[in-house]
Write a protein that binds this ligand. Structure first.
Ligand SMILES: [Ca+2]
Length: 255
């Protein structure tokens, strides 16, 4: 027999001599090479009902990554909370999920914001490692990592900052998420087992994958004075003016 023959059985072991069999291998067939005593190799093929791929070579599960904010308009001197949230919407576990935000730190360095605090909000069940690190210096970043996120669960943390101003200024920022993706080579990052970056989405806006924006506001502007109000103000000033005159007069009489 030349090559490997596939049968209809769900699982079948076939041993064959070394030969160019690649073109004859049925889908979902696992090939194992074994050294033969005295030299040479043998091939063992197992036809299965599942794809013949290493689970570690499977793409990472999809992750919904959002960066929400407690309020989009913040009074100068007030505080605002950013919530970073990663939800595994797939059917397999996501490993080594890392979130990085440099934009918030850039706003801190520029004096628009002041860092207040950070904390975990939701940790995946059964996690064994999670960390948040914030470096508020020049070139610093907020960096958080969790070792895994099981399917259907969420990992989230929050960062609180204070708004320094000036009124009218805005801070636009976006975080990125990476997840371990063995078998997928991404030359854009150092680790070639990391999937391409995912940019955060502001869940309060209809656009997908858009940055999160906060705008600083100052005192509430006074409403415009209408004609009627102006007339009342003018009459009031006239009365006030007469009082002033009257007061002067009283003083003059006392003198
Ligand atoms: Ca959005």
């Amino acid at each position: 027999m030349r090559g490997i023959t596939s049968l209809a059985a769900a699982a079948l072991l076939v041993t064959a001599a070394i030969s160019p069999v690649a073109a004859q291998i049925a889908p979902n067939t696992v090939i194992t090479r074994t050294d033969v005593p005295g030299g040479g190799e043998s091939l063992t093929a197992m036809e299965t009902d599942v794809p013949a791929t290493d689970p570690q070579d499977s793409p990472a599960p999809p992750i919904q990554f959002t960066k929400s904010v407690s309020q989009h308009q913040v009074a100068v001197g007030g505080k605002v909370t950013y919530l970073f949230s990663a939800t595994n919407t797939g059917s397999t576990t996501a490993d080594v999920v890392q979130i990085i935000d440099t934009d918030v730190v850039a706003a801190i360095v520029a004096g628009y914001l002041t860092f207040v605090s950070q904390d975990f909000v939701s940790l995946p069940e059964g996690y064994s490692f999670a960390i948040i690190e914030t470096n508020t210096g020049i070139g610093g970043k907020i960096e958080s990592e969790v070792d895994h996120i099981p399917a259907g669960t969420t990992y989230s943390f929050e960062v609180v900052v204070q708004v320094n101003g000036p009124p009218g200024a805005s801070v636009t920022n976006q975080a990125t998420l990476t997840v371990n993706c063995p078998g997928v080579v991404n030359p854009a990052v150092e680790d070639d087992d990391t999937c391409p970056e995912i940019s955060s989405d502001d869940p309060d806006t209809p656009a997908v994958g858009d940055p999160t924006v906060i705008t600083f506001i100052g005192l509430v502007p006074a409403p415009a004075i209408g004609a009627a109000a102006f007339g009342m103000l003018f009459a009031t000033l006239l009365v006030f003016g007469s009082w002033r005159v009257r007061i002067k007069r009283v003083i003059a009489m006392r003198d």
